[in-house]
Write a protein that binds this ligand. Sequence first.
Ligand code: UT7
Length: 337
Amino acid sequence: MRAYIASTAFYVPTDVVTNAELISRYGIDTTNEWIVQRTGIEQRHFAADGTGTSDIALPAAREAIERAGLVPDDIDLIIFATLTPEHAFPGSGCYLQAMLGIPGVPAMDIRNQCSGFLYGLATARSFVETGMYKNVLLVGGEKHSVGLDLSTAGRSVACLFGDGAGAVVVRSTDDPERGIHWMNLGADGRHADVLVQRVWNTRTRPFIKLNEDGDGIVPKADLWTHMDGKHVFKNAVEKMLLSIMGMCMENKIDPTELDLVVCHQANMRINEYVRDQLGLPAEKVPNNIQKYGNTTAATIPILLSELERDGRLKPGMKVALVGFGSGFTWGSAYLVW
Ligand code: UT7
């Protein structure tokens, strides 16, 4: 028995924020040219106040279930990959489960940042292939806009991220060719503080600082994501490349035999570098970061869904998935679609 991705879907909030609007709406001292040249990003989507991460995920989840020919009651496990859950606990998976109207179905969150979807896929695959669960709903969803310093001081991070969700249903197939043939995950916690948000800290009591009146105060700097961009960039290129090369060796295929390499969308320059090193043409390493920015756990399922909808991802294709992010964490998968 082999697990496969039976359906894909995605949702992004309707409010489109172009690079020019980072300047006009928020007064950030930046230029469209700087952002496009360094990252490839032209715009991102921001969700409205009052919308939580699970609300963004709900339309994608419903559509993925429908496209798999199922109804919510058929789902027997929810895996929600996110670094922006509504609350510290419980996880977004529980909120999503309630909205899908399927009480009793197990729901777990995966907190592995940009690699969250791949960690979730490995988890879904294991549950399906051991026979424990039949229909697993795997979601990657983020609401980044509320955690960005949308001022000039935060511009190097604020210009990168967007809100959105992608969802897939993982099931088993009897087709000997099709499905998830191989996966690999990795982490290197020595770099944990290189890309981090310290809004709470359980090393100190209480875990959020209090002022003299006993009210909670979060130092502004702790609200926002901290990133050593150059260090992340260098490690992303190296680990993504090594991951794909390892995948090809293990599966005895040449990178040029791959029909599609679906990379996490953190920076178009990272993906172009990986593509050039693999000697692949542009159409085999597609990007959509131009439209959505970095939606962390949602980038890979959003891109898969777009590729499937516009006919670039077809049954029988040899597909590699690869991602890298905070932790550091990374992962890759080899699938026959
Ligand atoms: O998905 C999680 C993984 N994340 C990533 O993979 C991100 C990896 N890193 C990157 O994508 C890049 O490092 C960034 C796009 C974040 C930054 O690009 P960079 O080429 O590393 O630029 P930098 O941070 O070294 O900044 C260069 C200059 C600085 O000015 P000075 O100090 O040289 O005068 C920045 O202040 O560019 C300035 N800058 C900006 N200027 C205009 C930084 N952000 C901006 C901005 N607009 N938005």
